[in-house]
Ligand binder design. Structure first.
Ligand code: FE2
Length: 276
């Protein structure tokens, strides 16, 4: 299978034109007419990921995040925004990015994360501007099977996300236990801007990464608690989900490797040590 053939098949699921305007997605570098030897999937386009991919014999690299959101017209190893592309090209590797076109696709696996969060009656949190399909959209919201104390719910997240730490921002009523967590919203990546949408949809808690002071302050003022598992840990499922999609398309025509940024030992770390 050629790189162009797999790219086109993935773009049927994750249309590049549906990505946000500020994003950089698609086949950013490499020769589309090259035969695929093996595919390597990772969250971040790091040099560590290049080394891993090269070692595994992969010549087609797929990442969730682009190397930069401000591309450099100079492709050189001493340029911070183009060094990843320089190193992939110098090793004969192609690089495909599937970012925001993945995040709001109905084929992004958010429903599986909702199941791990024990959410029922789920729906996507925010419709994508580029789609009218209710099964598409950023984030997911649903009700806990059993309403939970905030501290218990927070501890349970160590079993869902490969986070070393969780940043917890309960409202006063959630912290005291006066109010239980019933309705939960989750947005992978940097989803703080969805806080008003989450609250208006009924969420008691929004789980997302990259929370800022003003998002936290404004969320509390409207009665929404927040939990930040970290940007990358909140998107840990990208590799596995994309691998499954590729195996459906290519039917084991080549090997698919996943670069694990998160050590397994971190997955179950310190579930009893959440201090409130
Ligand atoms: Fe992200």
């Amino acid at each position: 299978m050629l790189i162009s053939e797999l790219t086109n098949a993935l773009h049927e699921l994750y249309a590049p034109e549906s990505a946000e305007k500020w994003d950089y997605v698609g086949l950013l570098s490499g020769n589309p007419d090259t035969e695929i030897k093996a595919v390597s999937i990772g969250l971040d386009p790091s040099e560590d990921f290049i080394h891993y991919s090269h070692k595994m014999g992969a010549n087609f690299l797929i990442t969730h995040h682009p190397p930069t959101l401000k591309p450099d017209s100079l492709i050189r190893p001493d340029r911070i925004r183009s060094r990843f592309t320089y190193h992939t090209l110098s090793k004969g590797l192609a690089h495909l990015v599937i970012h925001t076109n993945f995040d709001h696709s109905k084929e992004n696996g958010l429903e599986k994360i909702a199941t791990r969060l024990k959410l029922t009656k789920t729906q996507r949190l925010s419709r994508s501007e580029t789609s009218t399909n209710p099964k598409e959209g950023y984030g997911i919201i649903g009700n806990l099977e059993n309403p939970s104390l905030f501290s218990d719910f927070a501890k349970s997240l160590f079993l869902v996300f490969p986070s070393k730490t969780l940043a917890l921002y309960p409202t006063n009523s959630l912290k005291s236990g006066e109010k239980k967590v019933k309705c939960v919203a989750f947005v992978n990546g940097s989803g703080g801007s969805f806080f008003e949408r989450a609250r208006s949809a009924g969420a008691d808690i929004l789980i997302t990464g990259d929370l800022t002071h003003h998002i936290i302050s404004d969320s509390h003022s409207i009665g929404l608690g927040l939990i930040d598992p970290g940007h990358a840990p909140s998107e840990f499922f990208f590799n596995q989900h994309l691998s499954t999609q590729i195996e459906k398309i290519a039917k084991k025509a080549f090997s698919v490797f996943m670069h694990n940024q998160f050590q397994q030992r971190e997955l179950l770390k310190n579930p009893e040590e959440v201090a409130l």
